[in-house]
Ligand binder design. Structure first.
Ligand code: URA
Ligand code: SF4
Length: 211
């Protein structure tokens, strides 16, 4: 008999909650339909103990799906560059996504990113909540609207509120900034440069409170 998918990630939770058990359990998650078309679960990674900053993106992209690691594709490379400019050591941070499986649609031979639905985000959210609990970062940074709306409410507007410290129950300090993928999608090089500068600026505000 084929396995019957559960209603959410909670159906796949381990008894003991720690990073290793969560990551292993998430490998077998069928809490929504996204596992069917993705290569593998891409769980969060990085500093577990004494992580100062936790970054939350939307969902793994094409390269992340193949590699099994978050933010290693084009958006990840831009993220790495911006972190260096802001003076943040990625090794000391924890990086994850709201949704752990890559959602895509075919376009020719390519797999094009598709935004996860609210139901898929809800199904996957227990993993993120548990990651926040075990990593317990001092600072939580939402990368883009999907993460900001999942963690700070659906009315949150990144365009207006990026770079500001927001009260939240998730961490001592919470901020949202733009998603590196949105910078890559900017319509022209001038807009891209502006958005990138704003991104680095927000990250410098974060660096300012840790360094
Ligand atoms: N975009 C995301 O939101 N997360 C990744 O891991 C890669 C691209
Ligand atoms: Fe489970 Fe999340 Fe993957 Fe859905 S996207 S199957 S809830 S890990």
């Amino acid at each position: 008999m084929p396995a019957i998918p559960g209603r959410s990630a909670l159906d796949y939770f381990p008894n003991q909650i720690n990073y290793t058990s969560l990551k292993a359990a998430a490998d077998g998650c069928m809490g929504c339909d996204l596992y069917k078309t993705a290569t593998q679960t891409v769980f969060g990674e990085g500093r577990i103990r004494a992580a100062e900053i936790m970054f939350v993106g939307e969902q793994p992209g094409d390269e992340e799906d193949l590699a099994g690691h978050p933010f290693v594709g084009p958006a990840g490379r831009l993220f790495d560059k911006a972190l260096i400019e802001a003076g943040i050591d990625r090794q000391k941070t924890y990086v994850t996504n709201v949704v752990k499986h890559f959602k895509w649609k075919p376009r020719g031979k390519r797999r094009i990113h598709e935004k996860p639905r609210a139901g898929e985000m809800r199904a996957c959210e227990p993993w993120l909540e548990a990651e926040i609990q075990v990593v317990h970062p001092d600072i939580l940074v939402c990368l883009g609207a999907t993460a900001a709306q999942a963690l700070l409410g659906k009315d949150f507007r990144v365009t207006q509120m990026h770079g500001m410290w927001i009260e939240s129950s998730h961490a001592g300090k919470t901020m949202a900034t733009v998603h590196p993928s949105s910078i890559l999608r900017a319509p022209d090089s001038e807009t891209r440069a502006e958005q990138y500068a704003a991104f680095v600026n927000d990250l410098k505000i974060v660096a300012g409170v840790i360094n």
